[in-house]
Write a protein of this length. Sequence first.
Length: 156
Amino acid sequence: MADYVPVENLDVVKEIVAAHKDVPGCLMGILQETQEKYGYLPLELQSTIADELQIPLTEVYGVATFYSQFTLKPKGKFKIGVCLGTACYVRGSQDILDKVNGQLGIATGETTEDGKFSVDATRCVGACGLAPVMMINEEVFGRLVPGDVADILAKY
Ligand code: FES
């Protein structure tokens, strides 16, 4: 997994803004690229983007909080995504998600305190034949039953 740029390093976000700032409607792209580099979009980065674009922070914050693809909190080293797409859902992926949350003691969208795992519900990840599906970073686990979860998590 790629290492993220630490939030203290604001040079990278400034470069991203500089590369896009002349394009109308560039804010989405800037936020996407910034999140790719830093892993999340804390207020510090948002306010740097606002300053560099000379727009109000509220505008940046509004976009960053409106779209579910953006996260304001750091994700875990291992990002768990349980698919709640239709094929997975009808095969019980909600039970898998509940099991993961229970096992880690966090709710969907949260990160464990040690920063190791974060859990999200995802849309179809294109592996419906393996439903119900869970991903951990790039690795796909399919045809799951809740009883599989503990063993899988123990490998990480
Ligand atoms: S619905 Fe889960 S992989 Fe398609």
